[in-house]
Write a protein that binds this ligand. Structure first.
Ligand code: T1G
Length: 655
């Protein structure tokens, strides 16, 4: 096959009269300006060369095309624009097929949708995830996908940004075939069998008809979940439009909407989150450090946290040895873990054979010596320094020399735990967030003595567990709880200054939090923070402002939802403003001679943002957090901060 080159990233070769065009733009074959120009040049060549009977597009490496080049957003667009490339493919006189390998996402799937044939490898993933970036497909996705799948399925895929398998794509009519191991030969055979005089142009198909009831239900599901985000709602509108206007009208409206959203605050925030997530695993000095091999994970304590961690580890493909204090507790722990797996099966997240495979890799025992087989042991026992220290000293005598010891402590000082062991360099913190098998966030605590390869191993393990690892230095509360304490403190200051708890909650929910702070405190239980405040009372700075209202709620036995009374009352479980609390707040203000002043929602949000940013800046200057975007990700993934605002550090910078 003679090789042709059309740009830095686009090459081609003629195979039996078919021009096979390869997109090679590492790492994900994003549709950069060079890719777009190269594709146009390849089409020019295919058009003119009489030896070319058809074109096959495919990607080098693990992607067909990973989407438009997100790094180009925010810069002046460069021609040829993607919609022009896509329209040219669809209108091409000779047959064009997509041999889809790896991933076809966003603009990548839009290019494939404009092809006349689509064959995918069995492991291919396809999707239009633009809403996760705060935008909508901008190169025909809402109009062409709908013509293949119908409105309801297109709403589900596009407005949820759902990624699907090749098999599902075949079922939905998005692709024409799934290849065996020979994607390119299958695509060549398919295109050769295509009748060039009656090419199936997706954009010219009519939208399959469906009942309005099915469409309205799909739309309602989305709008309920969208919680004020614009992109999902716009995606629904554009998909529905495809069924009522011509292709060109639909494409024009889609492009207008895409450009408006691309330049929106929400899109800028979500792009920030996208790149922030990919920066977290990059720790200075670890580039050349080889992680240790982890095959077996020991977990001491299979209670709420330990069982969640065990399920995460089983999902990551590891062997898991859970350890409890006695046989009964071990049996209960095992039941707890298996129950979580059964729940995953019931919810359709796990199939029966996946469950069996996980159970086959699980051991729960009262015999701690079995941890000699573990490559890492994670402790999830009672959060008491003596208990954890004594445990690690026992583990020192059991685990093998290269095994890592990880503490899941939330508030204790892991340096003290490490210092009590024979090998402090192998101790690291892994602060999971409950429920540990669901929450992505994992604070990886880099202790004073933690060896670089231990930290590198912990980061690699986190990724295998499907977690979002954020490296934190050692400070009480690490990154998340430190910022959250500042947030809580400022919210209570504002109550003392004149804002009602329900006003603060309403302001934060309007901003995008699923729940305001006082509702969260009531849900988590007020006694936890109360116990910590009592612990710190002796060392608290007497000159620092201190709000007694929460203490008085606890002294009155009002611990939150679980006692039916907290900052709110919960008659029949319904959160309700309680005049008793209003009265307690008035008394507390009067004792300090505070004349309550009103707060607007924007003042409330600004003041809480500022409190988080001041704390975040302090963590950065102390080297506890490596970068501001890490702090954003912790607050988004652990504390409900709306991703559509980008996190506290980003949002404050944009205000
Ligand atoms: N543009 C630019 N860079 C990208 C990129 C993209 N679309 N996707 C990934 N990267 C970079 C990423 O920042 C990282 O860089 C490296 O590639 C590896 O990424 C018109 C407008 C494809 C499934 O939303 O989901 O098309 O850190 O660590 O785990 O309608 O990347 O190495 O410097 O994630 O193997 C739609 C986004 C765009 C897909 C690969 N497409 N990407 O996962 O690698 S909008 C998306 C992903 C659009 C059209 C609209 C994943 C992946 P660095 P990675 P991975």
């Amino acid at each position: 096959m003679s090789a042709l080159r059309f740009s830095d990233t686009i090459s081609a070769a003629l195979a039996e009269g078919i021009l096979v065009v390869t997109i090679d733009n590492a790492p994900v074959n994003a549709l950069s300006a060079d890719v777009r120009a190269g594709l146009m040049a390849a089409l020019d060549h295919a058009e003119k060369d009489g030896n070319v009977a058809g074109v096959v597009l495919t990607g080098a490496g693990n992607s067909f095309i990973g989407g438009a080049d997100i790094k180009e957003f925010g810069k002046p667009p460069v021609e040829p624009h993607l919609p022009d490339v896509v329209s040219r493919i669809e209108a091409f006189a000779k047959p064009v097929a997509a041999a889809i390998n790896g991933v076809a996402l966003g603009g990548g799937l839009e290019v494939a949708l404009a092809c006349h044939r689509r064959v995918a490898a069995p492991t291919t993933k396809l999707g239009l995830p633009e809403v996760k970036l705060g935008i909508v497909p901008g190169a025909g996705g809402t109009q062409r996908l709908t013509r293949l799948t119908g409105v309801a399925a297109a709403i589900d895929m596009i407005a949820n940004g759902r990624i699907i398998s090749a098999v599902e794509a075949l079922k939905l009519g998005i692709i024409d075939g799934v290849s065996g191991d020979t994607l390119l030969p299958d695509a060549l055979a398919d295109i050769k069998a295509t009748n060039a005089s009656s090419l199936r142009r997706t954009g010219l198909l009519s939208v399959p008809s469906e009942t309005l009831e099915v469409i309205d239900k799909a739309a309602a599901d989305i709008l309920r979940k969208a919680r004020g985000q614009r992109a999902p709602a716009e995606a629904v509108r554009l998909v529905r439009l495809a069924a009522t206007v011509s292709l060109s009208e639909g494409l024009t409206e889609e492009r207008r909407t895409f450009i408006a959203l691309r330049d929106s605050e929400e899109a800028a925030s979500l792009r920030h989150v996208f790149f922030a997530e990919r920066a977290t695993g990059k720790v200075e000095g670890l580039e050349a450090v080889a992680p240790r091999k982890i095959e077996t994970i020991g977990i001491v304590g299979t209670g709420l946290m330990g069982s969640g961690i065990a399920v995460s580890a089983l999902n990551g493909g590891y062997r898991v040895i859970g350890v409890e204090q006695n046989v009964e507790a071990a049996a209960k722990g095992r039941d707890r873990i298996v129950a979580l797996l059964d729940k995953a099966v019931q919810s359709g997240r796990l199939d029966a054979c996946g469950r069996e495979d996980r159970v086959s890799r699980l051991t729960v025992t009262a015999d701690m010596r079995q941890l000699a087989q573990a490559d890492i042991v994670i402790e999830a026992v009672f959060d008491d320094l003596a208990v954890k220290t004594e445990l690690f000293q026992r583990l020192d005598t059991i685990v093998h020399a290269d095994a890592i010891l990880a503490t899941n402590t939330s508030y204790l000082d892991p340096d003290l735990i490490a210092a009590a062991t024979a090998r402090p360099e192998r101790v690291v913190g892994l602060h999971f967030f409950s429920p540990a098998h669901i929450m992505r966030l994992l604070e990886v605590v880099n202790c004073k003595k933690t060896a670089p390869d231990v930290l590198a191993t912990a980061l690699g393990l986190a990724k295998r567990l499907g977690k979002l690892p954020i490296v934190s230095g050692v400070t009480e509360g690490f990154i998340g709880n430190t910022i959250f304490s500042a947030y809580r403190r400022e919210a209570e200051y504002m109550v003392e200054d004149g804002a009602a708890p329900q006003e603060i909650d309403a302001a934060l929910e309007a901003y995008g939090f699923p729940m305001g702070p006082f509702a969260v405190f009531d849900m988590a239980g007020l006694e936890i923070a109360w116990a910590r405040r009592k612990r710190q009372a002796a060392t608290r700075d007497p000159s620092a402002r201190y709000v007694v209202i929460a203490d008085r709620l606890c002294e009155a036995g009002r611990f939150g939802q679980k006692t039916g009374l907290g900052w709110y009352a919960y008659p029949e479980g319904k959160r309700t403003v309680d005049p008793t609390v209003t009265e307690m707040i008035d008394v507390a203000r009067a004792e300090k001679g505070i004349v309550p002043k009103p707060f607007t929602a924007d003042e409330i949000v600004s003041r809480l943002l500022k409190a988080m940013v001041v704390e975040g800046d302090a963590l950065l200057s102390r080297g506890i957090a490596a970068r501001a975007s890490d702090i954003d990700l912790v607050m988004i993934n652990g504390y409900g901060f709306p991703a559509s605002k980008g996190g506290p550090m980003f949002a404050a910078g944009r205000r």
